[in-house]
Design a protein around this ligand. Structure first.
Ligand code: ADP
Ligand code: MG
Length: 232
């Protein structure tokens, strides 16, 4: 298996999170659950932003990355609020990781400018994030993550802040990018229809635990009734 996460655990006053799952290479897995069910915490544990419990084990592409620093994991992350650096031009935002890993700024800008074209953002390189629409900012954010060639990309509600037509567009862009850049993806969402549209596998979370997981095509709407309420 390409990605294995065992015993992703974290305890807070009101919830005890405990999740294990696997993903095949080149697939998209959606983690779906109500607000507060522990989805973002699971992503933070995967990318190494939260402290692991001793039983935790994370394998990516045959390599045990459990104790590895976040920057060394070859995991990219895209957030809902895109978290671009507002004081940096678009090209410098996209080039940021390259510069951090030793590439000279001038060269990194050229690579970033070329890279932006694949995201429909040619000519945007000198703009600043506060001049971009929500959809444009999210595409810059995707470019900034993918330029580092991550093996695994984590998306935390990347479409939630956008309106419905734009969400559809960006969801299909994410699928296209996945084929182009050949990454494995895990996307958190509270929208089951979005999950079904983009993912091969669905994991339903409730109160910090996995409630159901399986292929998207085997997902049954009945699971959403009664005790599993995804409305927020
Ligand atoms: P989701 O992304 O599904 O909305 P989160 O993983 O953000 O859920 O959070 C799950 C629950 O864990 C939250 O309801 C919150 O009560 C608790 N929690 C998350 N982070 C912290 C923290 N740093 N301190 C205390 N409680 C936290
Ligand atoms: Mg969250």
């Amino acid at each position: 298996m390409y990605f294995i996460a065992e015993n992703l655990r974290e305890k807070f006053d009101n919830i005890s999170i405990d999740v294990s799952f696997e993903c095949e290479k080149g697939t998209m897995t959606s983690i779906v659950g109500a607000s507060g069910s522990g989805k973002s915490t699971v992503l933070r544990l995967i990318c190494g932003l939260d402290k692991p419990e001793p039983a935790q084990k994370i394998i990516l592409d045959g390599i045990d990355i459990t104790g590895e620093k976040p920057a060394k994991r070859k995991i990219g992350m895209v957030f809902q609020n895109h978290s671009l650096f507002n004081h940096l031009r678009v090209d410098d935002n996209v080039a940021y990781g390259l510069v951090s890993s030793g590439m000279r700024k001038k060269e990194a800008r050229i690579v970033a400018t070329d890279f932006l074209k694949a995201f429909g953002l040619a000519g945007f390189e000198k703009r600043y994030p506060n001049t971009l629409s929500g959809g444009e900012a999210q595409r810059v954010s995707l470019a900034r993550t993918l330029i580092m060639k991550p093996k695994l990309v984590l998306f935390d509600e990347p479409l939630s802040a956008l309106d419905a037509p734009l969400r559809k567009k960006l969801a299909s862009l994410i699928l296209t990018l996945q084929k182009t850049f050949d990454f494995t993806g895990i996307m958190v969402t509270h929208d089951i229809n979005e999950a079904k549209a983009v993912s091969d596998k669905i994991i339903l979370m409730k109160n910090g635990k996995i409630f159901w997981s399986g292929k998207s095509k085997d997902f049954d709407e009945k699971m959403m009734e009664d005790d599993f309420n995804l409305q927020i």
